[in-house]
Design a protein around this ligand. Structure first.
Ligand SMILES: [Zn+2]
Length: 413
């Protein structure tokens, strides 16, 4: 035993080779990066309520190490220590908050009915927002992106706080977005556009994330505040306007598929003998529930608004009520397929689908009750998400802020 102990001691004392030293340096840096992220998450989850010793207690990291890490976050301007309040044991303790208007991100969205922009800081405060209403169906992609870029430039020029650390922008698009291209945005009429071409007008706002609008809206539901996964852990978020899409979240993480194209629930077949869809197939959910399709089926015309559909249904118009009932049943059949496949029993409805929820939920729930195998043991729930209109653009900004939360060291060093 003694000899073995001796050998081990010698080995411990032997000088490290340069490669080993480098490796230990990397490990120390990785640990520092992880711990900085951990501290920042703790502060974002309980802003104004948490102190250095609270973080030390929660994480099990020594008070001295936590203090060094917090000092780094403070000197980078990301975190501010506020006036002492009475601590748990009657001792005053400084509380920590994310510095207001310091780290900010820009969310951008192109949709059929308009362009949206929002500037959000690390505390989740909306600093400025802008919406440009117009019909972008069949629009020229570069012309539209140039309009968006001009609006972004204007918003930053007037609203970027002094001394702010601008982290970049995220863009929400209503289509299939891969890491290199926008494959298809059917309702915009955009197809096969390389992202470097599409994003070129936005270079001045550093677009770092481009994703499907339903995926980004789902991210904002899962992370109601930047860096804080306090929304429901697992759910299917259905978003609807002219198109119908979905974002799938499991354990607060988006499940976006091998190429980022998952969630195209609008093109799941509700009835092969159903109406023709804009994608060329028949009986897709979107051909029942997309606003234009719904307007046509209700006899209100393709350009109807959701308010007109609601007014017509409230007035007792049979064609409208039938179109909504069939749309709800189609939604239920398609959701049953998704729930049976992925075992996520919480459905959140947003956009037009939420606004028409009072007519859609009941027929959808009936289909789900019949078709989902697990329904007898764990009945799937359908809930409406209020004020969902700005979720995608908010999610785009939150995804950018999340990059800072995941790796604050990248912005500190
Ligand atoms: Zn389709």
């Amino acid at each position: 035993m003694k000899a073995e102990h001796h050998r081990r001691t010698v080995a411990q004392r032997s000088p490290l080779k340069p490669s080993e030293r480098a490796m230990n340096g990397v490990k120390a840096e990785s640990l520092r990066a992880l711990n900085l992220s951990l501290c920042l998450r703790q502060i974002l989850a309980a802003p104004g309520q948490i102190s250095r010793s609270d973080i030390s207690q929660t994480t099990g990291i020594t008070r001295a190490t936590i203090s060094r890490l917090i000092d780094e976050l403070i000197s980078a301007g990301l975190v501010t220590e506020i006036e002492p309040t009475t601590g748990k044991r009657g001792r005053p303790a400084h509380r920590l908050i994310p510095t207001p208007e310091r780290a900010v991100a820009l969310g951008l969205e192109v949709n059929i009915s308009g362009l949206d922009l929002v500037l959000i800081d690390l505390a989740g405060q909306e600093i400025a927002a802008e919406r440009i209403e117009s019909d972008f169906a069949g629009s020229d992609p570069l012309h539209t992106m140039t309009r968006l870029a001009e609006a972004a430039h204007q918003l930053l020029a007037t609203s970027l706080p002094e001394g702010a650390l601008f982290l970049g922008s995220g863009l929400a698009l209503p289509g299939l977005v891969s890491p290199r291209s926008l494959a298809l945005a059917p309702n915009l009429g955009w197809k096969d556009i390389p992202l470097n071409v599409l994003l070129s007008p936005l270079a001045h706002v550093h677009p770092a994330i481009v994703a499907n609008e339903a995926d980004l809206a789902a991210f904002a539901v899962a992370h109601p505040l930047p860096g804080v996964p306090s929304g429901p852990p697992s759910f299917i978020y259905v978003s609807g306007e002219v198109g119908i899409g979905a974002g799938i979240v499991v354990d607060h993480r988006p499940v976006s598929g091998a190429r980022g194209w998952s969630g195209e629930i609008g093109h799941i077949c509700a009835d092969p003998d159903g109406p023709l869809c804009s994608c060329g197939a028949t009986g897709c959910l979107e051909a029942y529930l997309g606003l234009r399709a719904l307007g046509q089926r209700a006899g209100l015309g393709r350009d109807t608004t959701v308010e007109e559909v609601k007014a017509s249904a409230r007035a007792g118009d049979l064609a409208t009520i039938n179109a909504l009932t069939e749309g709800g049943a189609a939604l239920g059949r398609c959701l049953s397929a998704v729930i049976n496949a992925v075992d996520i029993p919480l459905v959140l409805l947003g956009g037009v689908v939420a606004e028409l929820g009072e007519w859609l939920v009941e027929p959808a729930a009936q289909e789900i009750e019949t078709r989902v195998l697990q329904a007898a043991w764990s009945r799937p729930r359908i809930e409406l998400v209020p004020h969902s209109r700005h979720l995608a653009v908010k999610g785009a900004a939150h995804r950018i802020l999340q990059r800072l939360v995941d790796d604050p060291m990248a912005w500190i060093v």
